[in-house]
Design a protein around this ligand. Structure first.
Ligand SMILES: Cc1ncc(COP(=O)(O)O)c(C=O)c1O
Length: 350
């Protein structure tokens, strides 16, 4: 018999298909990452930190929260740094929910919400996104009960790329005042959609964001939560004092001092690469979900064959099934040259 809780022993691990990925060998369009290296100033700051013989000291975060709060246009007491937004998601769900509570997690969506909800042994209700209507607002509202303690709003949602308008988020927050409304703004820099300005009016709103995507730093694991002061204080009681490593703080400090490299990248992806790729999909008659993010969920007739062809040409994309089981390919976009290379390789088989 296991010493662990029975339901934990029955779960599967969250294992994203990361093995063998190499940015020097592949064009990585499978994890919604930034496809270009970070700016030299970020790298140099990390090198300087190591050269300065600081590795033997425990982390101390200095004014990073203040700097981040300024970037987010909120008060510093409304922000907390985390070990990736995955940790923010974990802390929020763990702190808000008890075993047996209900969690409304529209799907398909990012796997981590289910993973943490299962660890907490929550009852998961999963309304479906649809290509026509996007976020299933009414089904979410209808599913709210006395037991609802968590509602996840992934904005934009991964893999569908769909957006939820602010008014809909606030309607849901008002309809479920006893539930944590987890608004995942992982792709914020691509959309600029946020509810960060109303966390004081809606005390159940908790936003997670990250430096893993547009900022190009998933390897160092730095995310953050934005919420009202009371919620942040409570979450800080759960987060460990050193959960965020010092090199991550050094890296994002330098990144925040050099926002141009991110802004320029976002502009190229959204204003150049994405329209080119959408034109290609339209021209070839390939079905796809309209996306507000840097990735597009496409539904060609022969996804397996296309995925293999791309892989054989060192381009990685991510197969993802919709709610009916139909397999699509989620493809994130890089700069113009990378998008042209993607289109050229796709044209060989489509
Ligand atoms: C919607 C969404 N939220 C959160 C994450 C995880 O981000 P992080 O690297 O900050 O843990 C991802 C990563 O793919 C994501 O797609």
């Amino acid at each position: 018999m296991s010493i662990f809780k029975f339901h934990i022993t029955q779960m599967g691990a969250y294992k994203p298909p990361l093995e063998g990925r190499d940015p020097h060998e592949h064009l990585l369009l499978d994890f919604n990452e930034r496809t270009l290296p970070v700016c030299p100033m970020v790298k140099q700051a990390m090198i300087d930190f190591i050269q300065d013989d600081r590795l033997q000291c425990y982390p101390s975060y200095g004014n990073i929260t203040e700097k981040l709060a300024q970037y987010c246009d909120v008060e510093s007491e409304q922000v907390m740094i985390t070990n990736g937004s995955d940790q923010g998601i974990d802390l929020i769900i763990r702190s808000a929910c008890r075993e047996g509570d209900e969690a409304i997690i529209p799907g398909p969506s990012f796997a981590m919400y289910h993973q943490v909800a299962k660890v907490e042994n929550l009852k998961i209700i999963e309304p479906s996104y649809s290509k026509d209507k996007g976020f299933p607002k009414q089904t979410v509202l209808d599913a709210i009960s006395d037991k609802t303690r968590l509602i996840v709003i992934s904005n934009p949602n991964n893999p569908s790329g769909t957006v939820v308008i602010k008014e809909d988020i606030l309607d849901i927050a008002a309809a479920a005042p006893n539930a944590a409304i987890l608004v995942d703004e992982c792709y914020f820099e691509y959309t600029r959609e946020t509810v960060a300005d109303v966390v004081d009016q809606y005390p159940n709103l908790l936003i997670t964001r990250t430096f893993s995507k547009t900022w190009g730093l998933p390897s160092v694991r730095l995310g953050y939560v934005i919420s009202n002061v009371e919620n942040i204080r409570a979450l800080l009681n759960v987060r460990g004092p050193y959960d965020v490593n010092q090199l991550a703080v050094v890296a994002i400090d330098a990144a925040l001092s050099n926002p141009g490299y991110t802004e320029q990248y976002v502009k190229e992806v959204m204003e150049v690469s994405k329209p080119i790729f959408e034109d290609f999909l339209n021209e070839k008659g390939i079905d796809y979900w309209p996306s507000v993010a840097n990735f597009i969920w496409t539904f060609p007739d022969n996804p397996d064959e296309i995925e293999k062809h791309l892989r054989a040409h060192s381009i990685l994309v991510r197969p993802k099934a919709d709610e009916s089981g139909r397999v699509g390919l989620r493809i994130n976009l890089g700069n113009k040259a990378q998008t042209e290379s993607l289109i050229q390789t796709l044209s060989q088989i489509i």
